[in-house]
Design a protein around this ligand. Structure first.
Ligand code: SAH
Ligand code: MG
Length: 203
């Protein structure tokens, strides 16, 4: 058992190294800590993750809660293949289902008690609106990168790159969309990782 855990620790470290070397933007330790604590505390059973990358956050959640099942979506083939490999290494194929597709194209009819949005940052609202229909009545939607590496605190005029400015504008708009949302209430944890938002239906 101890050996097993040791082995998992080493494999997690290898995933992190791969991410660093290949510029894969996985959640940092603080964000992962938040997410894994969250799925334990709220006894989450069925997660939909938008943006698998190489499987790091999905594997972390699955290891934190042995009852947890995850459906996760990735559109980049190289990352998808790497995620498949990693999930196999952890023997989690029966609890983590990866879909190789654009999340905006998929059709699902399951219910999820957590939807974790961590994909194209300019599409957050579209993901939210598409997938909230699959959320259980008292489920959660968590969105990552709400601070976008601090850029969200800058004035748009300060940001020189056109593409970056567009993305930052989208994230600012998404934050406003969440704040103004009449159906959902959102808590912004701006000091956790790259900023995490947790939305729940207003009771
Ligand atoms: N959740 C991961 C990190 C995801 S990085 C972790 O913390 O370990 C974001 C990923 O979302 C990228 O790999 C990108 O290819 C993917 N992505 C972006 N837009 C997408 C879309 N529309 N559908 C599916 N995947 C998408
Ligand atoms: Mg992220």
């Amino acid at each position: 058992m101890a050996r097993m855990i040791d082995n998992q620790y080493t494999q997690m470290r290898e995933i992190k190294i791969y991410a660093k070397e290949n510029d894969v933007p996985i959640m940092n330790d603080e964000g992962i800590d938040f997410l894994t604590t969250f799925v334990i505390k709220h006894q989450i059973n069925n997660v939909l993750e938008i943006g698998t990358a190489i499987g790091f956050s999905a594997i972390s959640m699955a290891l934190a809660n042995p009852k947890l099942k995850i459906t996760t979506v990735e559109r980049d083939e190289a990352r998808y293949l790497e995620a498949v490999k990693n999930i196999k290494k952890f023997d989690l194929e029966d609890r983590i289902t990866i879909l190789f597709n654009d999340a905006l194209e998929i059709k699902l009819d399951e219910e999820f008690d957590l939807i974790f949005i961590d994909a194209a940052k300019g599409q957050n609202q579209r993901f939210f609106e598409k997938f909230e229909k699959l959320l259980t009545q008292d489920g959660f939607i968590i969105t990552d990168n709400m601070k976008f590496h601090g850029y969200v605190d800058k004035e748009l005029s300060e940001i020189k790159s056109h593409n970056l400015r567009g993305l930052v504008r989208k994230i600012k708009e998404y934050r406003q969309f969440l704040k103004d949302n009449e159906e959902y209430e959102t808590k912004f944890y701006d000091d956790i990782g790259d900023g995490v938002a947790v939305s729940t239906r207003r009771q």
